[in-house]
Structures are given as C-alpha cells and as structure tokens.
Design a protein around this ligand. Sequence first.
Ligand code: SAM
Ligand code: SF4
Length: 326
Amino acid sequence: MALFDSFGRKINYLRLSVTDRCNLRCIYCMPAEGVRKLRHQDILSYEELLLLAETAVGIGIEKIRVTGGEPLVRNGILDFLGDLSKIPQLRQIVLTTNGMLLPEMVEGLKKAGVQRLNISLDSLRPETFARITRCGDLGRVLAGIRKAEEVGVPIKLNMVVMRGMNDDEVMDFAGLTLFKPYTVRFIEYMPAVKDSNWRSLVVPGEEIIRRIESAYRVQPLDREDYLSGPSRNYRIYGAVGAIGIITPISSHFCNECNRIRVTSSGMARGCLFDNREYDLKMVVRTGGRIALEEALREIVARKPGKSCISGETSAREPLYMSKIGG
Ligand code: SAM
Ligand code: SF4
C-alpha cells in the first residue's frame, strides 16, 4: 500500500524520536542548561511507540529512523528496536546517534536489526569537538565508529558545517572517504536554537562541494534508492566511501520530501519548519488502531508543499531539534 500527500509525494519515511533526553548539549541543538525534560507520563511507552510504528507501516511507511534526543540513553532501547525489526513490511530501520554509547551498544544494535547508523560527528579535533558538544568525548565516538565497522554495521557520518567553528575540517572529513567505507554527509547549519546571527554560520552546500572539488576529482552519484533522503551524493574518484551534501537552507528539497516526524511525546509534524503539530498521544492511548490510522493519514494530507524556512522568520521560534529528532 502506498501513501501519497496532497502534492502527490510518496510518503514512506517516519522519523521517530524515542526520547527528548541527551547526554550531550550540542551548541546548535540545545542551550547549555539543556531543555526542560518531559514528564515520564508524557513520553510514549515502547508499546505505544510500537503501535504507532505498526500502524504507520500498515498504511505505507517503509523506513523508520529512530532518533532523539539521544536514542541510546533510553532504557530498553535494544528490545524496542528488536520488536520494531519484527514488523512485517518495514523495509529499513536506521538509527541516528551521537555515538557516545556505541562502544558498548553497537553489537546489540546489530543483533536488534538496525541496518545502518548515522553518527553525528562535527569535528575530528578533541578541543573543537568538546566546544561544539559542550561535554562530548571524541575518543569514545571514534571507538564506537571503529566497533561499528568491526561488527559490520554501515555508517554515515553527519557533520553540521559551521563557518568559523569547524568548516576548516571539511577537507579532512572528505579525505576520510578515500579509505573508509563511510558516507560523510555535510549538513548546512539550521537556525535551531534562537540565534539572530545564524546566517553567518551557514556554509552553503555549493561552497562545500566547490572546496572539495578544488582538491579532488569528484563524480556525482545517483540517489541511493527511493527510500533515501534529500542528500546530493558524490564520490571522489577512487574513494571507498561517498560524500553527501544536505542543503536545508540554500536549496530546499521540498518536492522530494518523503517524511513525517513524531516526537517522543507523540507530537507529529509534516515538516520540520512547520510549527503546526498534531497530538497523537491521546489517539495512541485511547483511540485504537483505526483512529490512529486516520490521524496519520490526516497528518500526511496536511503536509505543507513547501518549507516555511525563509529570510529571518526562521530565527523567530527556537526549534529544539533534541525534541523533534533532527
Ligand atoms: N542525538 C542524536 C545525534 O545527535 O545524532 C540524534 C538526534 S539529533 C537532534 C539528529 C541530527 O540533527 C544530528 O545529526 C544533528 O547533527 C542534527 N542537528 C541538530 N541540530 C541541528 C542544526 N541546528 N542544524 C543542522 N543539523 C542539526
Ligand atoms: Fe544531543 Fe543530538 Fe542534540 Fe547533540 S544533536 S544535543 S547529541 S540530541
């Protein structure tokens, strides 16, 4: 069964946040003091998340990305992922993580059926990494990446590029793909935490690829498959890995958008930049499967055609990515 929105886009991808909590405090994602934690009763239980996932798959979702906050800090996450991977017709389960808990958890993730890891890594320099994450330990993340490679889980590295902060490392990250089988994805910084100066931090995707092309011969690649996200992909000639450029600011990818998002408290969004949220929690808790199916169809039907991130308006409302899941 296929699910289409009112603009004829096929919607087959659900980003499911399982927690608002995190063991880091990245400067582009949350304030130093963190964000106010949701109450335990406001967070969907694993049974509720599973019902939501099963219902979404029943109407056409084929790929689920588990995200957060930091998904690996929620107790019982491995069992939940194992249950998720038993849903018939769910073609892909992937997980986004900051990597801090990977050394001890990556084997369990593989056993639970996670098919790929997106690991956020914004710097290969310990001081810069610590400045961006405020409390991260680069050594642990790198150890987690090595372990994931050993265990055989495919890896994408997500680097949020910020001018004057870590953009001088673009070439180092691109160079990693020469001998590592990762896809390194360069993501334009988005104005998440309220920041009136946000535009000065954005390094446009075009500039990133031009810089890489100034040192390497680069070939464009086709999209990976119909479940893949909005990344423009490239390979340096002879490289083992690939490069992806994600441009939410300089070039919207709205007409290819195939996703909906649900937060750990059951708030659903048709678009990251559309502040209208639909409360699925009560539907999950009291409405049963048919009502949930109808609610999900409604969210898809009301998905905006175009992102409303533009000019300075986007800086008006802080977007807490740790709640929405990125
Ligand atoms: N904690 C996990 C992690 O960091 O990978 C998962 C949640 S995090 C909110 C998901 C993704 O959103 C990360 O790759 C992060 O880099 C990205 N993200 C968060 N804030 C962002 C921002 N302001 N601009 C661009 N990407 C952002
Ligand atoms: Fe935590 Fe991920 Fe946000 Fe960093 S980007 S603070 S790791 S949720």
